[in-house]
Structure formats: structure tokens, C-alpha cells
Design a protein around this ligand. Structure first.
Ligand code: PEP
Ligand code: MN
Length: 278
């Protein structure tokens, strides 16, 4: 078991009460997550066009999602896969955010891009960058909330130590995300380590969310694992949703349609009636 003193900022010993992270406000709606506030982040894996992001944003908002996700810089396993719309994608994010008032989450892969993320409300650090300590330290000097995703081969302790890199710089607005780890199992894209949710909640005051999309890699597995995550005590979910999954430029097989998303949100309300407390 980890020694409490190592977790100077993120540990339960550092702060007894759960941290509530405040997202947006100002140009967008203000959203609280953690400390009893449950929220769903939804949207496409990649920003593909103005039309695509707007259709999805309006759909997921109507269904109850509080934040929109969408990657413009995509860290793909193959350099020959779609790499994201990059600067153009950031423009699309900006205008969709303005039109819908939804706070936006997008992945930052390089600290040199920081200026381009001015209109992004939550900076996502992806699984591949969880141990990019220079990036984490720099994000510690920012005032925006961070979603820190667990690396595919990272232990819970390593995830929390990565959070320490950010918090050490003064940024305590961190949301941890369990998104599946690599195991010998090949039936799913990754193995969703759901026990990490209560384990983390015991060790840290930071909010913990679950991404059932990257964890499973298959759209049919997303609703059951999303519901399991809610039952396990997650403070929120991040779900990939697409208006035309078959046409998606990335992660189509794990993207759920807007209709399925709507049904999922209804099921979440049934098992956690106090969800979406503002
Ligand atoms: C993503 O959220 O689109 C993503 C790339 O996730 P991960 O870093 O968990 O693979
Ligand atoms: Mn994805």
C-alpha cells in the first residue's frame, strides 16, 4: 500500500473532504463534478467537421450531458491513421462551444499547443501522456481543470503520482479517469479496472470518472460498463458518441449512437436518481 506521505496533495490525508472541480462558467455553463456532483461528458472521439460536432453536441446536451468532448490532436497508435483536424478542429470546438454554451474537453498532447486551447474548458491528458512529466508540470501552472487518464500500464499509485506532478505546481482541479488497462485479455480493447474506482476514492479526494468507450472498444459493451461504473461510485463518465459511428474517422466501433446515449442516460438516472445535481 502506498505511503500516505507520498501523496502530499492528492492523498486523503492531505484533504478529508472530496474535491469538487469547477468547469466553465463565463462563456459557458458552469459545471461542478466531484463532491457529490455526477456528470457525463460525451462527444465524438475526433472533431471531424463543424456539422458533425454541432449535431452531436446538441444531441448529447438534450440527453443530459454536461460537457462536450472532442479531440483535435489525436495521438493515434499508427502514424497512418487520422491525426485530427488540429488547428481547424480547435476552431470548430470554439464555435460549437459558443453556439451551445457547453464546456468543452479536448486532449492536449504538447505544451506548445497551449495557446490554441484558450477556448477549451478542460485539458485532457491522454493515457499515452500520463507519464509525460514535463507536460504535467506545465499543466500544474495552469488554472484550468485537467482530466488525467490512466496510462495503459500504469498502476493506481502511478496515476496518483502523475496527479501529484500537476498539483505540486498549484493546480488542484484534477479529474482522474479510469479508461482500461492492458492485460492478456483480447476480447475487449482494454480491461476496465472498475475496482480502481473505489480504490482511488479511498486513497484520494479527487473526482474519479470512467471512460467505458476506450476501456471496451465495442459500442455494445459501453452501456453495461457505464452503468457498472456508476454503481461502483464513479463521479462521472466520459463516453464517445457519434451521429454516424460507421463513418467515424476514429474509434467508430466503440462509439454509441445518440439514440443509445439517450437510453443510457435514462438508465443512469434510474440507478442514480440524484445524478446530474448542478
Ligand atoms: C481519447 O479520449 O480520445 C483518447 C485518446 O483516450 P485515451 O488517452 O484513454 O486512449
Ligand atoms: Mn477515442
Amino acid at each position: 500500500m502506498i505511503q500516505e506521505e507520498i501523496l502530499k496533495f492528492s492523498g486523503r490525508d492531505a484533504k478529508k473532504e472530496d474535491t469538487t472541480v469547477t468547469v466553465g462558467g463565463g462563456k459557458t455553463e458552469k459545471v461542478l463534478i466531484g463532491g457529490g456532483h455526477f456528470q457525463v461528458i460525451a462527444g465524438p472521439c475526433s472533431v471531424e467537421s463543424q456539422e458533425q460536432l454541432e449535431i452531436i453536441a446538441k444531441g448529447v446536451k438534450a440527453a443530459g450531458a454536461a460537457m462536450l468532448r472532442g479531440g483535435a490532436y489525436k495521438p493515434r497508435t499508427s502514424p497512418y491513421s487520422f491525426q485530427g483536424l488540429r488547428e481547424k478542429g480547435m476552431e470548430i470546438i470554439r464555435s460549437t462551444r459558443e453556439k451551445t454554451g457547453m464546456p468543452v474537453v479536448s486532449e492536449i498532447v504538447d505544451i506548445r499547443h497551449l495557446e490554441l486551447f484558450e477556448d477549451v474548458d478542460v485539458l485532457q491528458v491522454g493515457a499515452r501522456n500520463m507519464d509525460n512529466y514535463e507536460l504535467l508540470s506545465e499543466l500544474g501552472r495552469q488554472s484550468k481543470p485537467i482530466i488525467l487518464k490512466r496510462g495503459v500500464s500504469a498502476t493506481v499509485k502511478e496515476l496518483l503520482l502523475a496527479a501529484e506532478y500537476v498539483m505540486k505546481g498549484g493546480n488542484d482541479q484534477i479529474i482522474l479517469c479510469e479508461r482500461g488497462i492492458r492485460t492478456f485479455e483480447t476480447a475487449t480493447r482494454n480491461t476496465l479496472d472498475l475496482s480502481a474506482v473505489p480504490v482511488l476514492k479511498g486513497m484520494t479526494h479527487l473526482p474519479v470518472i470512467v471512460d467505458p468507450s476506450h476501456a471496451t472498444g465495442a459500442y455494445s459493451l459501453v452501456p453495461p460498463m457505464a452503468l457498472a461504473a456508476v454503481a461502483a461510485g464513479a463521479d462521472g463518465l466520459m463516453v464517445e458518441v457519434h451521429n454516424e459511428p460507421a463513418e467515424a474517422l476514429s474509434d467508430g466501433p466503440q462509439s454509441i449512437t445518440m439514440e443509445r446515449f439517450e437510453k443510457l442516460m435514462e438508465s443512469i438516472r434510474n440507478i442514480r436518481p440524484y445524478a446530474y445535481k448542478k
